[in-house]
Design a protein around this ligand. Structure first.
Ligand code: SF4
Length: 968
């Protein structure tokens, strides 16, 4: 018999009968002989299922349950008809719609109800996840699911009636608005959400105000001793924990970046290869916490994935309390401002800025905001699935994407999540951020206290790519239209309160004539930038203004030179910015003049703002100063942006600048064009990284399990140093290598499958299906092309679902990547297909991930940027093949790294390609068996792993250099 904690509903297999005593639930409270009765009599009311029809659709079929009847399998057509007749209970309506092939499906989505009842609470958006979140046993089969949905709905309604409902405040008021918006759940909830006796606190009055704090003094100059660091590490790992020598060594070396800097522009630089499982997070948090405490300074830890940020937030709890005695937070997560809810945008949305379904989303976001820890909408406590339920870009419209913030001019300034986060970070001991934000803060922080000076780049193998995007310049339609909106503000009615430059600086223009004239001039000049409808005008050959004319020429040249022969139809195309047509060069000249016309008044305006600040007129109170400071900051950003565009155009048709790679591009997705323009990347982005980050820092550490390539004789430090930026500074990098303690030889196998031919899509799909069946799920499938991923998923998802093996896929399921990973982690029978983002963004220890399958060797895409860097590598003494190999090896190492996340994990890494070059095998940890075999033999090995026997196939262990098994 199942044991249920007090307060749990008995498991109702048949929803009208108790599973323990088979007494009808209505009579249950009277059934004193029932073993579950004691639980019920502890004040718990048995949940009656909600008597509404419920629908569940998977790849295996569709099930419908009438309000109080039986569950039956139905056709997709019947399900769509039933949904059209009456609102059906379902989980994740967009996903159900995809399964039914009927995009307009709507109903009573339980996830929306969950978002209302339990805002800012985690829930995996599946029937199983929902059941767990509301304290019900998960359904045992697809056919059981509709009945569970009825019980889950009833359970959530019951929460609304309960006196203990923690999120009651604000619910009644929100429900009134949702009723006006005809939210399908509103009439059902009305009788459960009681009207408060006194007016309840609404979001904007409920949120706390942030406090101003004096600037932190500069940190003391101290050196940490090895003994102190290891003692702190022991303290953090806890008494009785296993002593790991690799971790102690790593921690002692990590302390070196906190020593006083000896020379200007030469930070202490540590490159640390830290094998999976050495415990590197606590390894660097030990010296970081010691130093921040003793020196009174801030340490920045930068990650590439949100997953690691979450983990760091948890682990930091061992070194710091949640709050200091004064109530402030010693550990703060900082993200780019586009991640946070902008309260002003939300208020606009609530007051009519959003209509229809987006207006309902705004109400649910307001519920969440009132209970959110930090207002982080992307990867914080807002469920990642909430936005996708509404199938629009509503979430993005609620953040400050365009830098339109009006700072102290905003009525919510003192409660603003972004402002609170910036201020908290300036006072924090530990700031958890991402690579791009660290680079941006180093380049243009608001004040000296916000410049990162002691930085740990975890997932350090991504620093190069992050620098590559951060220091790039893109003169494209989307970018230029953003600038136009920032300067001009809304040009149509009903576009909310987003403001242009004139509205943001109205008081300056009325006080300072020259400043006012500069604003006018900038507005006039910005009218030549692309405006709404520019993409249509491109297609019709009717560009408007000099910049659109340039984009038109760029698009024409890109299509004219397209060499893909239609193979890339539907995806982006690009061409070199060389030997350009005269019309394009001429259009570039006109655009350059137009951009200069915008930049000059902005520069003048920046000067006037500085003068106003210095003159400090009477009207300039603290709030006014803060607003002008904010305007100066965002103005400087736009002036730099314009300078970068002007420099880019200046070079078109002229002599090449060897430091940059420029190209023309048209971006498309699913055959729909959405941008066109000119891109510029640094040939070596670590050059600007060194200038902005390393020059200003005192200590920097780059660490990762795959920081350096692995050669037969150890890590390839040369490549890691080249990608650290050290060559562009006086810093002398210190190198550390801590090997993984995992027993790869006995817990992992690499299987190279030789009988799936390249291009054989049917064979590839069949191989995936058979591997997933043999493993019983738990497979992470990695693809290098979205087309192949979709084709494989389309061929096998139904077949697998019928066997109880759900298959999810990035680029197919309407679910964000983080949520897909949560679903995969939550269900050991599930498998997940994806591309780059999953290659090293997935941390799934335990049963849920037992097998990683790569569809082929992950060759780099032959882009213009790749070709330029490959040529540069060849010119500097390396070879093109070595350059490509380094990329492939890094990708293989990252993908393999998904497999074994804890010492108890075991699994298989399968590459479905006979063309696996033998020179790549050293990328796998020493001792890992690497076997070249047919698919049937690989499946036999998977069965062996399942039943504990060892299928016998000849093994080629990495040390066996002469086996010849890896011929290309
Ligand atoms: S201060 Fe800026 S970002 Fe914050 S709520 Fe106001 S407008 Fe939005």
């Amino acid at each position: 018999m199942r044991g249920y904690p007090v307060g749990h509903v008995p498991y109702l297999r048949n929803p009208s009968l108790c599973c323990k005593c088979e007494v009808e639930t209505g009579a249950h409270a009277r059934a004193r002989s029932c073993p579950a009765f004691r639980l019920c009599s502890n004040g718990f009311t048995v949940t009656e299922p909600l008597q509404l029809p419920a629908l569940h659709a998977s790849h295996a079929g569709t099930w419908l349950r009438e309000g109080s009847g039986q569950t039956r399998g139905v056709s997709k057509g019947d399900a769509v008809m039933a949904a059209a007749d009456t609102p059906l209970l379902m989980v994740n309506a967009p996903l159900v719609a995809t399964r039914l092939g009927y995009p307009d499906l709507s109903g009573l989505d339980l996830l929306e109800l969950y978002a209302f009842v339990r805002p800012a609470k985690f829930c995996v958006p599946t029937a199983k996840g929902l059941a767990e979140a509301v304290g019900l046993p998960p359904p045992e089969s697809d056919a059981d699911t509709p009945a569970m949905l009825q019980r889950a709905a009833a359970r959530l309604m019951e929460t609304c009636r309960s006196d203990d409902w923690a999120e009651r405040e604000g619910a009644w008021s929100t429900l009134q608005s949702l009723t006006r918006l005809r939210w399908p759940w509103a009439p059902l909830l009305r009788e459960h959400v009681r009207k408060p006796e006194r007016a309840e606190k609404w979001l904007f009055s409920r949120l706390p105000e942030w406090e101003e704090a004096p600037e932190r003094p500069q940190p003391r100059q101290i050196k940490l001793s090895g003994d102190e660091v290891t003692a702190q590490l022991d303290h953090l790992t806890g008494e009785g924990s296993e002593r790991r020598e690799g971790q102690r060594h790593f921690a002692s070396e990590a302390a070196s970046i906190f020593a006083p800097r000896e020379k200007r522009s030469a930070p202490h630089l540590l490159l640390a290869q830290a094998g999976t499982g050495i415990g590197k997070t606590l390894g660097y948090l030990a010296p970081a916490s010691l130093w921040s405490h003793a020196a009174g300074g801030t340490v920045w830890v930068s990650t590439f994935t949100k997953n690691l940020q979450r983990q760091l937030r948890q682990e930091s709890g061992r070194a710091w309390p949640a709050r200091r005695s004064d109530g402030s937070r010693p550990v703060v997560v900082r993200k780019g401002r586009e991640n946070y809810l902008c309260l002003l945008n939300l208020e606009d949305a609530l007051q009519g800025g959003f209509a229809g379904r987006p207006a309902i989303l705004a109400q649910l976001v307001a519920r969440w905001a009132a209970y959110s820890a930090d207002g982080d909408m992307i990867g914080g406590d807002l469920p990642g699935w909430l936005g996708t339920l509404f199938r629009k870009r509503g979430i993005a419209a609620l953040t400050d994407q365009r830098g339109e913030c009006i700072y102290a001019g905003c009525p919510h300034y003192r409660k603003c999540f972004i402002e609170r986060s910036v201020r908290s970070a300036a006072q924090a001991d530990l700031v958890i951020a991402n690579h791009a934000l660290v680079m941006i803060n180093a380049a243009r922080a608001r004040d000296a206290a916000s410049v990162p000076r002691r930085i740990v780049f975890d997932e350090g193998h991504h620093v190069f790519d992050a620098a590559d995007s951060t220091f790039a310049a893109a003169l494209t339609g989307r970018e230029t239209i953003e600038l136009r909106r920032w300067i001009l503000g809304p040009e149509r009615k009903n576009r909310g309160r987003r403001r242009g430059l004139a509205a943001r600086l109205a008081d300056v223009s009325s006080y300072d004539e020259a400043g006012g004239a500069a604003i006018e001039a900038a507005i006039e000049a910005a009218r030549v930038l692309p405006s709404d409808g520019w993409l249509e005008r491109m297609a019709e050959g009717l560009p408007d203004g000099p910049v659109e004319a340039l984009l038109y020429q760029v698009r024409a040249a890109t299509y004219a030179r397209d060499e893909s022969g239609g193979q890339e139809a539907g995806y982006g195309i690009e061409t070199e910015a060389a030997q350009l047509p005269g019309e394009l060069v001429e259009a570039a000249g006109h655009s350059l003049s137009a951009l200069n016309e915008i930049r000059m008044p902005l520069v003048k305006l920046a000067g006037r703002l500085e003068a106003v600040m210095e003159a400090a007129p009477d009207w300039l109170d603290a709030q006014g100063r803060a607003r002008i400071e904010g305007a100066r900051h965002s103005l400087a950003w736009r002036i730099d942006l314009l300078a970068a565009w002007i420099a880019l155009l200046d070079r078109l048709g002229g002599p090449v600048d060897e430091r940059f790679v420029d190209w023309l591009m048209v971006e498309r997705n699913d055959s729909r064009e959405f941008d066109t323009g000119i891109q510029r990347r640094w040939l070596d982005p670590m050059e600007p990284f060194a200038r902005t980050v390393l020059d200003t820092a005192h200590g920097v550490m780059l660490t990762s399990a795959t920081l350096a390539d692995r050669h037969e004789d150890g890590p390839d430090w040369e490549g890691a140093i080249a990608k650290s930026g050290a060559a562009h500074t006086d810093a002398k990098p210190l190198l550390v290598n801590a090997e993984s303690p995992f027993d790869y030889a006995n817990r992992a196998e690499v299987l190279i499958v030789t009988d799936i031919k390249r291009g054989d899509l049917a064979g590839l799909a069949g191989a995936y299906a058979r591997i997933i069946e043999k493993s019983g799920g738990g497979v992470l499938g990695l693809f290098t092309a979205i087309r192949r991923l979709r084709a494989v998923h389309g061929r096998i998802a139904d077949r697998l679902a019928r066997e109880g093996l759900p298959l999810y896929a990035q680029h197919v399921d309407p679910i964000d990547t983080g949520t897909l990973t949560d679903i995969f982690r939550d269900d050991p029978a599930a498998s997940l297909l994806g591309t780059d983002a999953l290659r090293d963004g997935v941390d799934v220890p335990g049963e849920s991930l037992r097998c990683v399958v790569m569809e082929q060797v992950p060759w780099p895409r032959p882009t213009i940027l790749h070709r330029a860097r490959r040529s540069a590598a060849a010119a500097s003494g390396s070879t093109g093949q070595a350059f490509d190999d380094a990329i492939i090896r890094a990708r293989l190492a990252q993908a393999f790294g998904r497999l074994i996340r804890s010492k108890d994990d075991r699994g298989h890494f399968i590459v479905l390609s006979p063309a696996f070059p033998s020179r790549l095998k050293s990328v796998f940890p020493v001792g890992t068996p690497i076997i070249r075999l047919t698919l049937d033999e690989a499946l036999a090995r998977l069965s062996g792993a399942q039943d504990g026997t060892d299928a016998s196939v000849e093994t080629d262990v990495r040390e066996d250099e002469n086996s010849g098994a890896f011929e290309t």
